[in-house]
Write a protein that binds this ligand. Structure first.
Ligand SMILES: [Zn+2]
Length: 413
């Protein structure tokens, strides 16, 4: 049976009907609706010569055994945020179903092909993204902290995952799933405006941004708003305000896709009659190049000290979280470019701002690449998330070509 990309679009709509409501997708991991999506996927692949397995971290795998044991993995995540979009995560898995179907019906492939539906990519319920993929990659090391987490209703994470046969103690045993993995392919909506602005349906992802997240606290002196002359103030918000504008300059100067965001500022005492004593800023900086990311960070630190001096306040930096940039495999990037050119004429290479399961698999040492398909208006994590159907169909074709080329390469080694 030939590849039928229109079927993928129809199946995505079917999944939307089954697991969404008037507010959007409701496939939050470790819920009944998510389980419904997993059962639905199982039915879709029923009757094909595949072996299904759910690993110790809750990831759902189907294996099509090939002539070579070396495996090409195709992965995505069926889970969504609450009131999410119909495509984020699901496109990868449902397109993967179509490709695996086509491969299975063509007879035994030259290399083993495995489709994976990663568990809890979004971290929507417990604030822990990339749960299943980080366990499989062996990078999960926060089990002790995760054991303490509760959702908004007070249900603990161990209880919630336990209901689906997952225990934090055993989750890392999912690592054996990546043994023999020779390549990992993931198709995803862009979730940003770049491809749409270039009028291109598809692009190849070079890697995921490194991220530096800090809390930057400026400390001055609370003082009466009426009695304190302007030149006698130690205004913490002035330092924060200068830094917020400076990070734009830093991103522009460093270039190469650099992005810096001050996502929040909390001021104290936070009343209209007082100069601000403390301003706690949340700063997020991202770049695909580790050296340039480090330069952005040190530039922002130096600027904050300069502003603190100018405003006669103090500044302190605390790291909240960071991750190195993860670069995808050059050989697979070439194959992905070729696949896109074959189906859409023109390709484009771009970095990914958001993290994806592919980043975990890539940093575990498996050669990895992602394809992005255009997102309309760059919107995601909302029911307004959308992609033109013709572009969705092209994306299935491109994934199919890429799978074939990757299988041939993996089998030839
Ligand atoms: Zn996603």
């Amino acid at each position: 049976m030939p590849l039928d990309p229109a079927r993928t679009v129809a199946e995505l709509k079917e999944l939307r009907e089954l697991t969404g409501d008037e507010n959007g997708a409701q496939r939050v991991a470790w819920t009944e609706t998510w389980e419904r999506a997993r059962s639905w996927l199982r039915e879709k692949l029923d009757g094909l010569p595949l072996e299904e397995e759910i690993d110790q971290a809750g990831n759902q795998w189907w294996t099509l055994t090939g002539a070579s044991e070396r495996a090409v993995l195709i992965g995505g995540h069926a889970d969504s945020v609450p009131n999410g979009g119909w495509l984020d995560g699901a496109l990868n898995v449902v397109a993967g179903v179509e490709v695996v179907r086509r491969l299975a019906e063509d007879g035994q492939p030259a290399a083993t092909v495995r489709l994976v539906n990663w568990a809890d990519e979004e971290g929507a319920r417990f604030g822990r993204s990339l749960f299943g993929s980080s366990a499989a990659a062996g990078s999960m090391d926060d089990q002790a902290e995760l054991a303490e987490r509760r959702d908004a209703e007070g249900v603990s994470l161990p209880d919630a995952v336990g209901a689906y046969g997952v225990s934090l103690d055993a989750a890392l045993e999912a690592r054996k799933q990546l043994e023999g993995a020779a390549a990992y392919l993931e198709l995803h909506i862009e979730q940003g405006p770049v491809l749409e602005s270039m009028d291109l349906p598809l692009g190849v992802v070079l890697g995921t941004f490194g991220v530096e997240r800090h809390q930057v606290t400026f400390r001055g002196q609370a003082a009466h708003a009426g009695s304190t002359p302007m030149d006698k103030r130690r205004d913490a918000l002035a330092g924060a305000a200068k830094l917020e504008l400076e990070i734009r300059e830093i991103a522009e100067r460093v270039g190469g896709g650099a992005v810096c965001t001050m996502g929040g500022v909390v001021t104290r005492p936070g009343i209209v009659t007082s100069v601000v004593e403390t301003a706690e800023c949340l700063l997020d900086q991202r770049h695909l190049d580790g050296n340039q990311l480090a330069e952005m960070l040190s530039n922002a630190e130096a600027a904050s000290r300069r502003f603190a001096q100018e405003e006669d306040v103090e500044v302190e930096w605390d790291r909240i979280w960071n991750i190195e940039p993860i670069l995808f495999d050059e050989g697979l990037i070439e194959l992905a470019d070729e696949s896109i050119r074959e189906v859409a004429g023109q390709s484009h290479r771009l970095p990914s701002g958001p993290l994806h399961d592919a980043a975990e698999v890539g940093r575990a040492g498996v050669p990895t690449v992602m394809l992005f398909v255009q997102s309309l208006r760059g919107l995601s994590h909302t029911k307004l998330e959308d992609t033109k159907e013709e572009h969705l169909e092209l994306s299935v074709q491109a994934l199919d070509r890429l799978a074939d080329k990757t299988i041939a390469r993996v089998a030839a080694v």
